[in-house]
Design a protein around this ligand. Structure first.
Ligand SMILES: NC(=O)c1ccc[n+]([C@@H]2O[C@H](COP(=O)([O-])OP(=O)(O)OC[C@H]3O[C@@H](n4cnc5c(N)ncnc54)[C@H](O)[C@@H]3O)[C@@H](O)[C@H]2O)c1
Length: 256
């Protein structure tokens, strides 16, 4: 990251699904910019490891167990983070999951899980955090959607629906919360080198090659590629930007 930037000094952030992948890169970046960061993840063991790495780099962090599919879990995690780190200024909704299946072959069990993690998860975390931000008259909410939610993606019909839903939900929340000085924005990754992509593409190596060829920058994203856009929306540099959607995907999607 750019050296010497401390835009987030004194801010407290919670990043969901931050144990690994894109969430981990986002949490690391927010901490490097001065924020105290909660690594909130269903995988508590890996979350603890990530928090320890951030602390070892000289920043403040904690790990908290969170299952975004449960509103109770979101409420409890937020309560605990505020006790440990202080009032939350920043929520990054990053936890996500998918399974590649053509829609006609897909089954309700997959839909339920995809919807519970990707869309209800965002709703739960916003419900847990937004009223607290509203009371304090300040907040930054950044949700990680996907280019799939803007232009669709083969084999990811329900996932794409959830990501599109995150975009529409965020725009509405942005309108409702603007008067409370809470900004709500969305960052859309394209295909990015993480465990999620590896899992989804395990049996489709040719699809991955075709994807790379379709990206104007001719490479997959790295988790760190996403972190700067999230840090921007989480900072006061973005005080006058709300309800916005940005793709960070090497030019793959140039939505108007
Ligand atoms: N990797 C890509 O190509 C890509 C592309 C577009 C969008 N995205 C989105 O980026 C985000 C991060 O994905 P990633 O690629 O880093 O995935 P990843 O699988 O590497 O990491 C996801 C993290 O979320 C956590 N998680 C899963 N279910 C959870 C739950 N119920 N509660 C709390 N935490 C949970 C996992 O434990 C994991 O740490 C997701 O929202 C994903 O949809 C990824």
């Amino acid at each position: 990251m750019a050296a010497g930037i401390a835009r987030l000094n004194g801010k407290v952030a919670i990043v969901t699904g931050a144990a690994q992948g894109i969430g981990r890169a986002i949490a690391t970046r927010l901490a490097a910019e001065g924020a105290k960061v909660a690594i909130a993840d269903i995988n508590e063991e890996v979350a603890r490891r990530t928090a320890a790495e951030i602390k070892a780099a000289g920043h403040e962090a904690c790990a908290v167990k969170l299952d975004v599919t449960s509103l109770d879990s979101a409420m409890a995690a937020v309560e605990r983070v505020e006790r440990e780190l202080g009032p939350l200024d920043i929520l990054v909704n990053n936890a996500g999951w998918d399974k590649l299946e053509l829609f006609v072959e897909s089954v309700p069990e997959t839909w339920d899980r995809v919807i519970a993690i990707n869309f209800r998860g965002v709703i739960h975390c916003c419900k847990a955090v937004a009223p607290r931000m509203q009371t304090r008259g300040y907040g930054k909410i950044v949700s990680i959607a996907s280019d799939a939610g803007r232009v669709g993606s083969m084999g990811e019909a329900v996932y794409s629906g959830c990501k599109g839903a995150i975009i529409a939900f965020s725009k509405t929340l942005a309108r409702e919360l603007a008067r409370n000085h809470i900004n709500v924005n969305v960052v859309c990754p394209g295909p990015t080198e993480t465990a999620l992509l590896q899992g989804v593409m395990a049996e489709q190596p040719k699809v991955l090659d075709a994807m790379k060829r379709g990206i104007p920058m001719r490479r997959l994203g790295k988790p760190e590629d996403l972190a700067g856009a999230v840090a921007f929306f989480a900072s006061s540099d973005a005080d006058y930007a709300t309800g916005q959607v940005i793709s960070i995907s090497g030019g793959l999607t140039m939505a108007g």
